[in-house]
Design a protein around this ligand. Structure first.
Ligand code: ADE
Length: 235
């Protein structure tokens, strides 16, 4: 998979993709991640990427031309209808569909190239959404000063689901949300720490009982913290 991030703050990303699973996936050739400066695609001599909003109002709006030029450069297509197969262009904004593990899974399974546009300021010219964007995504009901942190979140969540990214010693099967529930608690040595004991069942070696306990704990936690996840559950 290829992930291209479009931003006016390329330095923001620094070494953020150079740790842990993402770093390993990059080194293994499972994913290629490139960060691009939108300013480099601005044709005017001041390399302007934003301008005042038509109709008045506060703040600046990101201009369409540099973003269209960048997406065309990266996908080879001038608009959405002409993208190569399995190309997705994601706009990160609070107006998007709320990100979920299901959306992450879809992107990880279906996409060969993902271009992620980090919006800034008061917004992005709507013609970018109209003609280029395949998925407008929000990472939650709060407002960030820009899409950059959201791009890190989205990239991390996708890359760890790519085949082989997690390695053989671990898997995404038991992640929170993978079965509609939050994850169960985990413990490691020592079996007793400052008077706090690891639940007996985990030391029992009885795998059926351990599985039952984990499922029960996941259910209890979900009921308490995220009852909304259980609505409409059919097993
Ligand atoms: N940009 C600003 N706020 C955002 C959010 N909640 N999700 C994604 N991108 C954003």
């Amino acid at each position: 998979m290829k992930i291209d991030v479009l931003t006016i703050f390329p330095e923001f990303f620094g070494q953020v993709f150079d740790f842990g699973i993402i770093r390993r996936a990059k080194l293994a050739g499972i994913v290629e991640i490139n960060v691009h400066d939108i300013r480099e695609f601005a044709a005017d001599k001041h390399r302007m990427t934003d301008d005042r909003p038509f109709g008045g109002g506060d703040g600046m709006v990101m201009k369409p031309e540099p973003i269209f030029a960048a997406v065309e450069h990266l996908t080879g297509a001038a608009e959405r209808a002409e993208y190569p197969a399995a190309t997705r262009v994601v706009m990160l904004s609070p107006q998007g569909r709320p990100l979920s593990q299901q959306i992450v899974r879809e992107l990880a399974e279906d996409a060969v190239q993902i271009v992620i546009i980090c919006g800034r300021y008061e917004g992005v010219d709507e013609r970018v959404n109209d003609a280029l964007v395949t998925d407008e995504i929000s990472i939650g009901d709060y407002v960030l000063s820009g899409g950059e942190p959201a791009a890190v979140v989205l990239t991390d969540a996708i890359v760890r689901l790519l085949p082989e990214a997690l390695g053989s010693e671990t898997s995404a099967e038991n992640d929170s949300f993978s079965n509609g529930l939050l994850d169960c608690p985990h413990y490691t040595r020592p079996a007793e720490f400052r008077g706090m004991k690891v639940p007996e069942v985990l030391l029992s070696g009885d795998h059926a009982e351990i599985e039952k306990w984990r499922r029960e704990m996941a259910m209890q936690k979900t009921k308490k913290v995220r009852p909304d996840l259980l609505e409409g559950e059919n097993g």
